[in-house]
Design a protein around this ligand. Structure first.
Ligand code: SF4
Length: 415
């Protein structure tokens, strides 16, 4: 049975962080329609359930926004319906909830555990009061570490902590960069709580965010590329020394604790997206999911072609909830597109090269029914290999760790 994963988006946070470009809206917990939103997700699931019935479900990920704000019983209701709809459950089904330290304590973690959740991912983001304030976070360093220990004390089998590095303070003219050794010390402090997984992301400035606007006006302190690269390697060294494996550019795990849901994205596994603004990518879906640009049952594919449909659900929570509860023959979406095998192979290259072990280009191409090697791709691979930026082992490609900071550019050369 082909594997699939499920992603459920929860679109509210207590406050919008100035760097965040996820779909999230500020709302007090008591103002959220917890049950109404779960009902809408369940209504969507009922209309998309058929695809789950034919697959083995590997993981469910509640992301956001801040899903730890959602009442655990509503998360449990959605989770039960997803697992009931699956054709088969993976024996090591992973169920993750993203958490903000401001909405996670031991009793909430226990309630999530009782609802069937077996992994929590906590946005600690940093252990410096001034930097957390600059990032607009509502918690302090003790709040971040406290949430991790509360999650671990609750008996949650797997807990992950998120960190952001490459943050500069001060002014645009006199930026004070975070020292690599401080970032490494923070990573060590998070590791010492007993978590089995750590994600470390460099701060990216996204257009359309408050930071993006400040940067556009030249008013945001920014870290330099060299300092960010140095910090990347300092964290790498610190966590590898603590027994973590740097298994993906931004992710570290103790053996066996890699994030299975994210591995699914990097390995090209289909994912069903549920909830407002959620993306989904499903190979050969039910024709009723038809592209808006095509007639029902007609995706425009050649017979037997390994196409997939990528859709994005309605972005406004209110519109999404109204549309799902209303029902109807087709499922309204914000956008959808048909992905042909060449596009899918480019995505496999982009995502597969983020993994330490790389990926098998020839197996991926064979599964998609397209050739792995064009003359141009072969030439680019040879050039990158000579420059020490790519390892080619038969059909398997990987980026040596020293060149990871260039991974996106390396992948683009292989499209
Ligand atoms: S808590 Fe997370 S999702 Fe919400 S605004 Fe901040 S970074 Fe974005």
């Amino acid at each position: 049975m082909e594997p699939i994963t499920a992603y459920v988006h929860f679109p509210w946070c207590l406050k919008k962080c100035p760097y965040c470009d996820f779909v999230s809206f500020a709302k007090a917990r008591e103002e959220i329609d917890h049950r109404g939103y779960a009902d809408a997700v369940l209504a969507e699931l009922a209309r998309r359930a058929e695809v789950l019935g034919q697959r083995e479900l590997r993981s469910v990920f509640f992301g956001g926004g801040t899903p730890s704000l959602w009442e655990p019983e509503e998360i449990g209701r959605v989770l039960s319906a997803i697992t009931a709809a699956a054709g088969r459950l993976s024996p090591d089904l992973e169920v993750t909830v993203e958490c903000n330290p401001t909405s996670l304590d031991e009793s909430r973690a226990r309630a999530l555990r009782a609802s069937g959740v077996n992994r929590l991912s906590v946005g600690v983001q940093g252990l410096d009061v001034e930097r957390l304030r600059f990032l607009g976070r509502l918690h302090d360093p003790d709040g971040g570490l406290g949430a991790l220990t509360a999650a671990l004390r609750s008996g949650m089998p797997r807990v992950s902590g998120d960190l952001i590095y490459g943050v500069a303070l001060g002014t645009a003219e006199a930026a004070r960069e975070q020292r690599p050794e401080h970032a490494a010390a923070e990573a060590r402090a998070v590791a010492s709580t007993g978590v089995s997984h750590i994600s470390a992301y460099s701060l990216t400035i996204e257009p359309g965010t408050s930071f993006g606007e400040l940067a556009r006006r030249g008013r945001l302190p920014l870290a330099g590329d060299d300092g960010v690269a140095e910090t990347f390697f300092a964290i790498d060294e610190a966590l590898e020394a603590q027994g973590f494996t740097h298994y993906e550019i931004s992710n570290y795990a103790r053996p066996g604790h890699e994030a299975r849901h994210n591995l699914g994205y990097w390995q090209g596994v289909d994912y069903l997206g549920l909830g407002c603004a959620a993306f989904g990518t499903v190979s050969r879906p039910d024709p009723r999911w038809g592209l808006r640009s095509a007639g029902a049952g007609d995706h425009g594919e050649a017979p037997g072609e390994a196409f997939a449909v990528r859709y994005r659900n309605l972005v406004s929570p209110e519109r999404y909830m109204a549309a799902m509860v209303e029902g109807g023959q087709t499922i309204p979406v914000a956008s959808d597109e048909r992905l042909g095998p060449e596009t899918r192979l480019s995505e496999r290259i982009m995502l597969g090269l983020r993994l330490r072990e790389g990926f098998d280009l020839e197996a991926a191409a064979a599964a998609l029914g397209v050739p792995a090697w064009s003359a141009a791709r072969r030439k680019a691979a040879e050039r990158l290999e000579r420059a020490g930026r790519l390892r080619v082992d038969g059909g398997r490609l990987s980026v040596p760790r020293a060149a990871w900071v260039f991974a996106d550019g390396i992948a683009a050369e292989l499209f």
